[in-house]
Design a protein around this ligand. Structure first.
Ligand SMILES: [Zn+2]
Length: 185
């Protein structure tokens, strides 16, 4: 694990305009810099970099973040890999800390929870869009309330079926949950 103070040092050194400037041409526009977004095809620049805030934002596709996020996205690297890439660039020594069994357990649990949450999100979204009940009750409700389909999709709004054990059954079948749940009475 990369120690917190090393992470801070890397983020401080990795000036957003300098890191991004290596990959895209940026032109000064007031306090900001402007360029063509590398994440979606565009002819008119809408990719804005704020050196003061240390962030970028594309007003075309919505991609945003700091220099670490940019390296992750642009070079398809994980968070620690992106940090190490930047550390090399700025000659910052990274001494990785051995993680304790407790830390490992915490990280594993966090990762497991994320996997389960992603699975659950997909499940409920799928329910709403691909079942008769979901479409007529769930989707119908949101459309009636005036939510646009792209917003419903963006926020991954889903629907829980009336059947009480539907999610558990699906999760067990898909191997995401052990089959230890009591049978319905
Ligand atoms: Zn973009």
């Amino acid at each position: 694990m990369i120690p917190r103070d090393t992470v801070d040092k890397i983020i401080e050194a990795a000036r957003v305009e300098e890191v991004l400037g290596e990959f895209i041409t940026l032109k000064k526009r007031g306090a900001n810099l402007l360029g063509l977004c590398p994440f979606h095809g565009e002819k008119t620049p809408s990719f804005t970099v704020s050196p003061v805030k240390g962030i970028y934002k594309c007003f075309g596709c919505g991609k945003a973040g700091n220099s670490v996020n940019f390296i992750m996205e642009h070079l398809s690297l994980s968070y620690p890999e992106a940090l190490k890439w930047l550390a090399r660039k700025y000659a910052i020594e990274v001494v990785e800390k051995e993680i304790t069994p407790e830390e490992k357990e915490r990280l594993d649990e966090r990762e497991s929870m994320l996997i389960v949450m992603q699975y659950a999100a997909r499940y409920f979204v799928d329910n709403m869009n691909n079942t008769d009940e979901g479409r007529s009750i769930g989707l119908g409700y949101f459309i009636e309330r005036g939510l646009r389909p792209d917003i419903i999709q963006k926020f991954q709004i889903g629907y829980s079926l009336e059947e009480r054990r539907a999610f558990t059954n699906d999760a067990v079948k898909a191997g995401y949950a052990p089959n230890i749940w009591p049978r319905p009475e």
